[in-house]
Design a protein around this ligand. Sequence first.
Ligand SMILES: C[S@@+](CC[C@H](N)C(=O)[O-])C[C@H]1O[C@@H](n2cnc3c(N)ncnc32)[C@H](O)[C@@H]1O
Length: 288
Amino acid sequence: MFALLPITWRHACRPGALYQARQASSKRWQARQQKDQFTREAAVQGLKSRAAFKLLQIDEKYRIFKGGQTVVDLGYAPGSWSQKVAANRTQPHGRVLGVDIIPAQPPKGVSTIQGNFLAPEIQTYIRDFLRSPDRGRPRHPGLQGDSSASLLEPTLDSEHPDEKTRGSDKILERTVDVVLSDMSAPWYQTSGFWKRSLSAPYNRMMNTSGLNFRDHAGSMDLCHAALRFSTEVLKTGGHFVCKFYQGAEDKELEQQLRDLFKKVHRLKPESSRSESKEAFFVGLERKP
Ligand SMILES: C[S@@+](CC[C@H](N)C(=O)[O-])C[C@H]1O[C@@H](n2cnc3c(N)ncnc32)[C@H](O)[C@@H]1O
C-alpha cells in the first residue's frame, strides 16, 4: 500500500523528513534574504517585508485598488501588503481590515483581528466588523496613511454602476471591494523568543515546509476558505487576489474562480522567487 503512494507523499512521511526539509529550507531562506534585491529595497523603504512588491506589481498590472474601498487582507502579518499598498491606495476614506493567526503590530491606518481564519467564529467576528460601514474608516481622511506613495487618482466612486445590484449587495451584506489572501501556514515558534514578536514577528514566518506536496495542499485549503468567504462578503464588481503553491489541485480552484469572476488571471510577479512554486490568482469583477 505504502509503495503505491506518490513519491512526494512517501518522502513527506519518512521519519524526520519534515524536520530535515525545514532545516535545509531555513538555511536557504537566510542566505537568499541577505542578497535579494527586493529584501534590500524593502529595508530602504521601511517596509515590513519584501512581500509588498508582489502586490504592487499585481496592482500595477490590474488596477485593483481605488479610493474609498473596503479591503480585507487575510494573513496580513507582518503587514507590508496592508501598510504599503492597501492602506495607501484606498485613500481617501478607505478601510483595511487585516486578519492573522499570529500577533503582529497593526500597520498604520489598518484595523486588525488576531485569529485563525479557518475557525468559523473568527469569520463571524470578521463579518460583524464589516457589517457596520464606518467601522475602521478614518474620521479625518486627510490625516491618515502615507498618501505620498499613492500612484492612483483617489476617487470615492468604488460602488456599482447599477442601483439594483447595489441594493441586493446590501441585503446580502456584501460590503467588501477587495479580498486579499497571502496566507500560508506559519511554523511553530522554536527560537527567537527574545525578539519583540509584535513589531518583528517575521523570524518565525518562513512559512513553506520545503515539501512541495505539503505546501500545495495547505495552500489549497487556505485559498478555498478565502474564496468561500469572498462569495459571502464581496460586492458585485469586487476583486480577489490569492497566493497559492502550484500543484495538482490548483485547476479546480481556478475553475471556481472562473465561476465567480468575469476575468481570472494566474501569474507570478517578478518579485516572487523564481525557484518557488508560489503563484497568484487574480479574480476581477465579481459576477452579480
Ligand atoms: C507570507 S505571510 C503574509 C505576508 C504579508 N502579506 C505581508 O505583506 O507582510 C503569511 C501569513 O499568513 C498567516 N496565516 C497562515 N494561516 C493563517 C490562518 N489560518 N489564519 C490567519 N492567518 C494565517 C501567517 O501567520 C502569516 O503571517
